[in-house]
Ligand binder design. Structure first.
Ligand code: IMP
Ligand code: MG
Length: 184
């Protein structure tokens, strides 16, 4: 159990179980991903698309490690009526204003769990005729039976725990923690 004053001030007095990835560990990994992304796109326009809300901190750190021109936009997706309808509909609540046609699209996601939402999103974005379509995820739980083919850049394998911090939430809390913790 982790209940240092530094943690408790941020959580309102609730301890977390443990820190899974520290600030320094995350920063080193983000720099590695940025270098890999820089190398992977030698030419063409690159649009980094952050999937809100979970990716907001990761994306803001990541784009600062990419040493080539980039554009940044966001999208907000909702698995519309997913409990009632098994049709696999994904609805965009916020659709990027930037044109996708002819650009390299790099979708940035916080964590891949089943990968279901992402697979549907890929189909939807693919219709906009991008030059290429790839996913960068900070964390992958590696439980997806059929992970999206576009998953090209992965930071860490995540343990089978409920993680919070660095953008990841539990009921909208804990996103602001500078590290990634197991909430338990
Ligand atoms: P998927 O569609 O099943 O891959 O779900 C991925 C989404 O579930 C992520 O974008 C997160 O918002 C959320 N999620 C999955 N695992 C965790 C976790 O451990 N902590 C916080 N959110 C999670
Ligand atoms: Mg979430």
């Amino acid at each position: 159990m982790l209940d240092t004053p530094d943690v408790l001030r941020r959580t309102g007095g609730k301890p977390v179980k443990s820190i899974v990835f520290s600030e320094a560990t995350i920063a080193a990994k983000v720099a590695e991903l940025g270098a890999a992304i820089t190398a992977a796109y030698p030419d063409g326009e690159l649009l980094v698309l952050g999937l809100l809300k979970g990716s907001f901190i990761f994306l803001s750190d990541l784009v600062r490690t990419i040493e080539r021109p980039v554009q940044v936009d966001f999208l907000v997706a909702s698995s519309y009526g997913s409990e009632k309808v098994s049709s696999g509909t994904v609805r965009l609540l916020y659709d990027p204003e930037t044109r996708l046609k002819g650009k390299h699209i790099l979708l940035v996601e916080d964590i891949i769990d089943t990968g279901r939402t992402l697979r549907r999103l890929m189909a939807l974005l693919g219709e906009r005729q991008p030059r290429s379509l790839a996913i960068c995820a900070l964390l992958d739980k590696r439980i997806a039976a059929d992970p999206p083919a576009e998953l090209r850049f992965v930071g860490f394998d995540a343990p089978p725990a409920f993680l919070v911090g660095y953008g990841l939430d539990h009921a909208e809390n804990y996103r602001h923690l500078p590290f990634i913790a197991d909430l338990e």
